[in-house]
Write a protein that binds this ligand. Structure first.
Ligand code: AP5
Ligand code: MG
Length: 224
């Protein structure tokens, strides 16, 4: 059985931030589709060259590109006991593709992280990431010890290209129109749990731990 958690939620909700901590606690790799694509862009691969055009505008990258990146990643040895999925699936065809990756022995949970748009916009506007290792900071909420420098690797902190105000609004719109409706697809198919995620990371993590995900029987399995 693999433990598979879909970290679901809009841009800026904290999928990367909370995901990193849960990954360490639960000893499951965090597979971030955004990070995989950004690595491809950085390395100028063929995936990266196509993806960049879409990412700059806040649009979804074509499914075929995303599938290619994901397929390689989930087959790696560290994902054999499960993984946390950040940023996938984002539309119906991706959700259908995901069903081909999981099997009935897997325990799949979708954590639906929720907060108001005003909070998301504030978080994204002041986000900085490490150019080198991708660590995530926020100028006010989660600042680095030394301004402009990554605490972990000493790399330079930069603003993501898609964190410009117009692109942030477009990403929120794409989430509302194409991604959020997937909740209906998942209800009854896998466990879906809503988590209020508008306050500080410690509170969010506490709420997630209180769900006791790995102590519960999977109700979707009981039906079979
Ligand atoms: P992706 O990188 O996944 O971006 P996103 O979904 O827009 O989400 P973000 O990474 O912006 O936010 P997050 O939820 O991870 O928040 P974070 O932890 O950083 O995707 C980027 C692009 O790639 C897409 O637009 C698309 O083009 C493409 N793409 C990716 N996946 C795809 C797919 N499946 N199909 C097609 N295209 C795809 O936190 C945000 C900020 O808030 C940080 O500054 C952080 O420090 C701060 N913060 C976090 N939590 C808290 C908290 N609790 N309190 C205060 N501050 C907080
Ligand atoms: Mg992220």
């Amino acid at each position: 059985m693999r433990r598979i958690v879909i970290l679901f939620g809009p841009p800026g909700i904290g999928k990367g931030t909370v995901g990193k901590i849960l990954s360490e606690r639960w000893k499951l790799p965090l597979i971030s589709m955004g990070d995989l694509l950004r690595d491809n862009v950085k390395n100028s691969t063929s995936i990266g060259k196509t993806a960049e055009e879409f990412m700059k505008k806040g649009e979804l990258v074509p499914d075929s590109i995303v599938f290619e990146a994901l397929n390689d990643r989930v087959k790696q040895a560290d994902a054999s006991t499960g993984f946390l999925m950040d940023g996938f699936p984002r539309n119906l065809s991706q959700a259908e593709m995901f069903e081909k990756i999981v099997n009935e022995k897997d325990s799949v949970v979708l954590l639906n992280l929720i907060a108001q748009d005003s909070i998301l916009i504030e978080r994204l506007s002041l986000r900085r990431i490490c150019k080198n290792c991708g660590a995530i900071y926020h100028l006010k909420n989660i600042p680095p010890k030394k301004q402009g420098v990554c605490d972990i690797c000493g790399g330079e902190l930069i603003q993501r290209e898609d964190d410009r105000p117009d692109v942030i609004l477009r990403r929120l719109e794409v989430f509302r129109n194409e991604t959020n409706p997937l909740i209906n697809y998942y209800q009854g198919r896998h466990r879906v749990m809503a988590v209020s995620a508008g306050d500080n990371p410690d509170n969010i993590l506490k709420r997630i731990e209180e769900l006791k995900l790995w102590e519960q029987k999977d109700p979707t399995k009981l039906k079979k």
